[in-house]
Design a protein around this ligand. Structure first.
Ligand SMILES: C=C(O[C@@H]1C=C(C(=O)O)C=C[C@H]1O)C(=O)O
Length: 179
């Protein structure tokens, strides 16, 4: 088949390739994890828990609805988002531990959790679209190595530390494997 000129040039034309479909999943997951830093700061010093089961249910219900609207599998979408949520909590708990150990590194300003959640909702919507647009790539036998490559790329681009690199892997745990 003829190759579109831009395919030889680079990234934009690769959006239909398996890697091009998985890359946004890794990038958006890292973007979502970055909001974990803000959520951790919002909860720091409040005495409140990192876990908010009611908010988690709200997120999962919303993404299941969005998946249905896009004709994607709501169960698969929810499965992936359970990992996204766990990964956010890995970041939050890790930061709280670091700030307890070294209070000089703790944030001095408290972000508005409601505002941060608006941003999380926006990213959630983009993630649902990326999930809906990648059924073939996610069920491909070579999904895992491509996803790992995408995560490594994102790690370098965003200069992720160990905490966020581990959380990124956690967030992507059930992306591959079909469905
Ligand atoms: C990010 C938050 O912290 C946790 C993680 C959530 C998420 O990743 O969507 C939701 C609720 C909390 O259990 C939050 O409270 O908004």
């Amino acid at each position: 088949a003829p190759v579109a000129p831009s395919a030889a040039v680079g990234a934009p034309a690769t959006v239909h390739s398996p890697y091009g479909q998985l890359r946004p999943l890794a990038a958006l997951s890292a973007e979502r994890l970055a909001t974990g830093d803000l959520v951790a700061a919002a909860k720091w010093g409040t005495g409140g828990p990192v876990d908010d089961p009611a908010r988690e249910r709200e997120v999962l219900r919303a993404v299941a609805d969005q998946a249905r609207e896009l004709g994607a599998d709501p169960a698969v979408t929810v499965r992936i988002f359970r990992d996204q949520i766990e990964a956010s909590k890995v970041v939050q708990r890790g930061l709280h531990r670091a700030w307890e150990a070294d209070p000089g590194r703790a944030p001095t300003e408290r972000p508005d959790l409601g505002e941060v959640r608006k941003e999380i909702n926006r990213i959630n919507g983009e993630l649902v679209r990326a999930i809906a647009g990648s059924p073939y790539a996610r069920s491909a036998p070579y999904c895992a190595p491509l996803l790992t490559a995408a995560a490594v790329r994102v790690r370098h681009e965003r200069q992720l530390d160990g905490l966020h690199t581990g959380a990124l892997a956690r967030s992507l745990r059930s992306v591959c494997g079909g469905g």
